[in-house]
Ligand binder design. Structure first.
Ligand SMILES: Cc1cc2nc3c(=O)[nH]c(=O)nc-3n(C[C@H](O)[C@H](O)[C@H](O)COP(=O)(O)O)c2cc1C
Length: 190
């Protein structure tokens, strides 16, 4: 796939076919992330590949945390509906990789490291896309739960989870959401 075609055509994919993503394809995409620019070569990214058991446990943990947010008037049936819906949503993502930032250095350095990880994630997503695999960067509540850290064996004192990457073959590619034209978001100085 030509570079601009990948950059412009890449979309965030949330609906996946159930087919598994081949492990070597996933490894190639993640390896593309390692070549992202990163100031002082800190290589701040840490990737945690979830196996089926951890994936299932994460789905259940998140589902229970979502059901626990229901108000006191919610019935047992409401709890079960939210639990099942949330678990199904997470289990519908064929492959999951957590990305965390190795926490090191001053706040300025950590900000730069977060920037580097964003560059790495973009590389990963483009590399996957070029092989027909879609991805979603998820930064929702699920990455903040202490239970998620525990389940993924990530020590919050040393690493911060910046996203879950959901991979799979797209069942649906959403239309591109328009971007403001360059002229609207830029200024040209003499
Ligand atoms: C830091 C960051 C966090 C994101 N978190 C989420 C998320 O939690 N859920 C989600 O659906 N998309 C998330 N996205 C993806 C954006 O929603 C997506 O890029 C945007 O809607 C534009 O769609 P596109 O990627 O198809 O062009 C995130 C993107 C970034 C850069």
């Amino acid at each position: 796939m030509e570079l601009f075609e990948a950059i412009n055509g890449r979309r965030t994919i949330k609906d996946f076919r159930p087919d598994a993503v081949p492990a070597d394809l996933l490894d190639r995409a993640l390896t593309a992330g390692l070549w992202a620019q990163n100031h002082r070569l800190t290589q701040p990214w840490r990737w945690t590949f979830l196996g089926p058991d951890t994936h299932r446990r994460l789905a259940e943990t998140f589902a229970q945390s979502q059901a626990a947010l229901l108000d006191t008037e919610a019935t047992a049936a409401d709890h079960e509906r939210i639990r099942a819906m949330t678990a199904d949503k997470i289990l519908g993502k064929p492959s999951v990789v957590a990305v965390s930032q190795h926490l090191d250095g001053s706040p300025v350095h950590q900000r730069e490291d977060y920037g580097a990880i964003a560059c790495a994630i973009q590389n990963v997503q483009l590399a996957a896309w070029s092989e027909g695999v879609g991805m979603q960067w998820s930064s929702g509540k699920i990455i903040q739960l202490p239970e998620t850290y525990e389940l993924l064996a990530i020590d919050p004192a040393r690493e911060e989870i910046v996203g879950l990457l959901f991979f799979g073959y797209p069942a649906h590619v959403p239309p591109a959401q328009p971007r403001k034209p360059l002229a609207e978001v830029s200024r040209r100085l003499p």
